[in-house]
Design a protein around this ligand. Structure first.
Ligand code: 3PG
Ligand code: MG
Length: 395
């Protein structure tokens, strides 16, 4: 895979696919981690005299312009962080984009409006995506793939454009790949994986793959109630994916056979409703009252999880342990973040939600070995899948 150092960019129009999909509250960016992660590539290209044209998505608009998903606030923030104005085009391949790109001087940076305002961007029809990729490619001379968080998407700006222009991987993708290799090749052991988040079904592939690779798998978050139910426990009104019970039982059996340790919570914070002010108590994980829902792992589980992480040499964490956005249910996520912070292991926090969680809870990013900008992307990599956005940059 070529890197931007292999490209001669001076005076050329370089289309950079970045992942600037940041959480917004109205037009206020609540976590700018992904914008900051895009800077090394953009700076390097600008310094070398490229005319930098950034394309990115925000949220999931339905293939047509929608002001709620405009990248305009991101352009402003990007300009502040770069310390130079960022021109903003109000469309992706239309008149505004063409005029904006034409106005760029060497070392200037522009951002195109949300690429998902075009239905063809995410189309399953190769021809439709290809036609749109032709248009995108026509505003540039070179392509740099750097939107790590979106490399698992076979989208026009991620996949098809790379086939139409000389291309290379940006600094973020290179850095993320270095980390993922450390999690898959010659792993420093013990290797512990902490998985949370709401849906088991999102994590099945990665659990399947990790059963042959990890030494210990710790489970929390909404997905854990399907594990507890699979062990025959009452889970009350907690999230439960009934159709996954057999699969989960098979994983628990396989783990036992292969000597992988599954660590489940011993207590949970159980509430009468999904609300910060709902009545809630810590209950034993094998005795959740029928009218309660588990919204976090309990304090004993926090200690247990921390203990299971102390001697690890490599830790990968994806997904919060509870509804950390509500203070009564943030303890489990905080406990895991603390354990990672105190650990000497190579620690990787995978994914938008977990990364936002550690920052929202006030942890210093530097306390972790690496905070990935891609949740789905890193999980799919660890599943052993081919990622279209990486595949396209090969050769
Ligand atoms: C993300 O937020 O996970 C990435 O930006 C990809 O976005 P998507 O899940 O909407 O494709
Ligand atoms: Mg996501």
């Amino acid at each position: 895979m070529k890197t931007i150092d292999d490209l001669d960019v001076a005076g050329r129009r370089v289309l950079v696919r970045a992942d600037l999909n940041v959480p917004l509250d109205g037009t206020t960016i609540t976590d700018d981690g992904r914008i900051r992660a895009s800077l090394p590539t953009l700076r390097a290209l600008a310094e070398r005299g490229a005319r930098v044209v950034v394309t990115a998505h925000l949220g999931r608009p339905k293939g047509e312009p929608n002001p709620a998903y405009s990248l305009a606030p991101v352009a402003a923030r990007l300009g502040e962080l770069l310390g130079r104005p960022v021109e903003f085009a109000t469309d992706t391949v239309g008149e505004s984009a063409r005029a904006t790109v034409a106005s760029l001087g060497d070392g200037d940076v522009a951002l195109l409006e949300n690429v998902r305002f075009n239905a063809a961007e995410t189309s399953k029809d190769d021809a439709a995506r290809g036609a749109f990729a032709d248009e995108l490619a026509s505003v540039a001379d070179l392509y740099v793939g750097d939107g790590f968080g979106a490399v698992h998407r076979k989208h026009a700006s991620v996949y098809d454009v790379a086939q139409r222009l000389p291309h290379a991987a940006g600094r973020l993708i290179a850095a993320e790949l270095d980390v993922l290799r450390r999690l898959t090749e010659n792993v420093d052991r013990p290797y512990a994986v902490v998985l949370g988040g709401s849906k088991v079904s999102d994590k099945l592939g990665v659990i399947d793959n990790l059963l042959d690779k990890a030494d210990r798998i710790l489970i929390g978050g909404g997905m854990v109630y399907t594990f507890l139910a699979a062990q025959g426990h009452e889970v009350g009104t907690s999230l439960l994916e009934k159709d996954q019970l057999d699969t989960v039982r098979a994983y628990l059996r396989r783990a036992e056979e292969s000597g992988v340790e599954f660590v489940l919570p011993v207590d949970v914070v159980a509430a009468v409703a999904f609300a910060a002010d709902a009545e809630h108590d810590v209950v034993s994980a094998d005795a959740i009252p029928a009218d309660r829902m588990g919204l976090d792992i309990g304090p004993e589980s926090g200690k247990l999880f921390a203990a299971k992480l102390t001697d690890a040499r490599t830790v990968f964490w994806n997904g919060p342990m509870g509804v950390f956005e509500m203070e009564p249910y943030a303890g489990g996520t905080r406990a895991v973040a603390h354990a990672l912070q105190d650990s000497d292991a190579f620690t990787v926090v995978g994914g938008g939600d977990s990364a936002a969680a550690v920052r929202t809870l006030g942890f210093d990013e530097n306390a972790f070995g690496h905070i990935s900008t891609g949740g789905g992307a890193s999980l799919e990599y660890l599943e052993g899948k081919t990622l279209p956005g990486l595949d396209a940059l090969e050769g």
